[in-house]
Ligand binder design. Structure first.
Ligand SMILES: C[S@@+](CC[C@H](N)C(=O)[O-])C[C@H]1O[C@@H](n2cnc3c(N)ncnc32)[C@H](O)[C@@H]1O
Length: 198
């Protein structure tokens, strides 16, 4: 991991915190983050914008390498009834025992990892056989001119906000060890909702 990456996300923590009251992606979060029970892992949890969607019986483990994001998530978690453990670690190097979680959640993190395939393969290991993996990601558009623009602007996106704009998220999941169940795409195919099994 580049040491500068967590700092890049630290600087965006206030911006994410403000989204709590007017998050344009909330309708997509509601579509995919349903029926989550038991032990849940959320990677790259940020300030906790998915908190409103967790059932009260959930035991949530959240991982993020940004201390500033986690500070805001910790504060927000006090408003919710479920048990939360927040860990400041790199998702690409952290490890959990096999079959630790019933659900694994990621929103907007696969764009940031150096090796997203390795992270997806770890989800397969960490998730219980009957569990599920729910992904809400952004990536390469199905619209050709837009995809061209995303490819051109990718180096700038990485420099500015630390994430790639041009990843083929479906392709990544399909080439991982996960079982791809189904997907929905929105906004010219730029938004990916993917349901997968370990
Ligand atoms: C685009 S933000 C999304 C935050 C949150 N998931 C949401 O939906 O609002 C990406 C988050 O993932 C975290 N992140 C990115 N790469 C990470 C890594 N390798 N390890 C831990 N956290 C990471 C960032 O610090 C940031 O909080």
């Amino acid at each position: 991991m580049q040491n500068s990456l967590p700092k890049k996300f630290d600087k965006q923590a206030n911006k994410y915190n403000k989204l709590r009251t007017h998050d344009k992606t909330f309708k997509y979060r509601q579509k995919i983050f349903q029926d989550m029970h038991g032990e849940v892992l959320e990677v790259g949890i940020g300030v906790g914008l998915n908190f409103p969607l967790y059932n009260r019986d959930v035991e949530l483990t959240g991982v993020d390498f940004s201390g500033e994001m986690l500070k805001r998530a910790r504060q927000a978690a006090k408003e919710y009834p479920f048990k939360t453990t927040l860990i400041q670690e790199d998702v690409e190097t952290i490890d959990f025992p096999e079959n630790s979680f019933d659900v694994i959640v990621s929103s907007g993190t696969l764009c940031g990892y150096q090796n997203p395939l390795d992270v997806l393969n770890n989800f397969q290991k960490w998730c219980r056989p009957e569990g599920k993996i729910l992904l809400l990601e952004h990536g390469i558009s199905s619209n050709k001119p837009l995809a061209w623009l995303q490819k051109s602007l990718d180096p700038l996106a990485v420099k500015m906000v630390g994430c790639h704009a041009n990843r083929d998220i479906s392709g990544l999941v399909k080439s991982s060890k996960l079982n791809f169940a189904r997907e929905e795409r929105y906004l010219a195919g730029n938004v990916y909702l993917i349901w997968a099994k370990p």
